[in-house]
Ligand binder design. Sequence first.
Ligand code: ADP
Ligand code: MG
Length: 133
Amino acid sequence: MIPYRFEGEVVRGFGRGGKELGCPTANMDDSVVQNLPESLQVGVYYGTAMLDGEKYSMAMSIGWNPQYQNEKKTVEIHLIDYAGGDFYGKRLSAVIIGFIREMKSFGSLDELKSAIAKDIEVARRGTVDQNKL
Ligand code: ADP
Ligand code: MG
């Protein structure tokens, strides 16, 4: 199932967390979520993503959305080293290359932040070679 390729539109999430945590996540539209293969379980993944013809390493989560009583999945992508503005409504294409970890809840905001920083480092390392292609 991995590598898994998909493409979709960046939609608005609930603005909960992302930017405040220093880690904005581009939420993908429902078609991406609905077409996810069953075998891609909830968790944190890494890969590469293309926005406006530029390629970025990404850290990505597949998770359950608490705003929908955890019955709806979300696919959220953080573009590593992207320094531009918001890109709501744009198309993003991506390839998931590897699994980083399962989802879990953290005891504190600091623990969550350091887990995210670690995920980003893993994603960066995992995609070094791909970005040269
Ligand atoms: P939302 O709940 O609407 O998804 P976030 O706080 O998660 O809000 O911010 C996500 C938005 O931030 C993206 O849709 C995109 O427009 C913008 N953005 C800016 N920089 C990045 C980045 N490096 N990675 C992902 N999204 C980014
Ligand atoms: Mg988001």
